[in-house]
Design a protein around this ligand. Structure first.
Ligand code: PLP
Length: 272
């Protein structure tokens, strides 16, 4: 595979990061990740908006314009023959004289193969474990997933797919996905301490809207259905949270209907 690093397209394995880069020594960096469908980036404008906003809000200078980024992305899709895949843009904090203030950002853009969840998970739904946590400046897509990575060994042992973050009584999101409840046919999704997911936005459009507001832990108990959304999972039904079964314990009609609608509109790989 090929990536963009230091202003050029090079074999990914030959790209390097300086050992004192803030991404490495302070965990300071931002990224974004989108899919290609039939050689075209899906919702590229939305992802570029979010990536550029993350760079601005973290004070990491992005050394390329939006137009330059777009050009590089199309070049990488061609060079990697990326019909159905993922593109990751990473902007690391850069080399810093005092090992603390952001330097000139170091940009990498690279291609990845997509790993969709198995069809079995779409048919049976997944389990989440609640975890009290708020991602620091949650609306910025930073590269800091340390707590989730650390927890992931434990949640697998408990038969869970991921965690569901909450602060006190209020639910926010999963470690790499947004969260929705369905009650009486209506969608409800948390409004704060979340990354504004591009898939979340599109699913709300497909549904003709959603209630975006604080969501409490108690509401899980009364929910008819629940699901998570993300670029790689699209829409994955949640049928258990901790020891509690959601609704009937099976993926529900609203979740499956929206997933089907997404597949029809977007096309690309079947989620198997
Ligand atoms: N929330 C977090 C913390 C994420 O990391 C992600 C995706 O990576 C999402 C939500 C879902 O966002 P999107 O639908 O744009 O992939």
């Amino acid at each position: 595979p090929f990536c963009f690093a230091d202003g050029q397209i090079v074999p990914t394995a030959s790209a390097t990061l300086h050992p004192t880069d803030l991404g490495l020594i302070r965990g300071y960096g931002i990224f974004d990740f989108f899919r290609t469908v039939d050689y075209k980036p899906l919702f590229l404008d939305n992802y570029l908006d979010r990536f550029i906003a993350s760079a601005e809000r973290t004070f990491i200078p992005l050394p390329y314009s939006r137009e330059e980024l777009t050009e590089v992305i199309y070049e990488l899709i061609e060079k990697n023959d990326l019909k159905e895949g993922g593109i990751r843009m990473v902007l690391s904090g850069g080399i810093s004289e005092n090992h603390f203030s952001p330097g000139e950002g170091k940009l990498f853009i690279f291609a990845e193969s997509l790993i969709f969840p198995s069809e079995e998970k779409y048919q049976n739904g997944i389990k989440l474990l609640t975890l009290e946590y708020v991602r620091p400046v949650a609306e910025i897509k930073t590269t800091n997933y340390a707590l989730a990575v650390w927890h992931s060994a434990g949640w697998k042992k408990q038969g869970a797919e991921d965690v569901l973050y909450h602060q006190g009584n209020y639910i926010s999101e999963s470690s790499r996905s947004n969260f929705f409840l369905v009650k009486n046919g209506e969608l409800i999704t948390p409004d704060s301490n979340i990354l504004l997911g591009i898939t979340r936005k599109y699913v709300m459009e497909l549904a003709g809207g959603a209630h975006v507001r604080p969501v409490t832990m108690q509401e899980i108990r009364d929910a008819d259905e629940a699901f998570i959304t993300s670029t790689t999972k699209v829409l994955l039904p949640v049928t258990q949270i901790d020891d509690l079964k959601i609704g009937s314990g099976k993926p529900g009609p609203v979740s499956l209907g929206l997933l089907e609608k997404f597949r029809q509109k977007v096309g690309g790989l079947a989620l198997t």
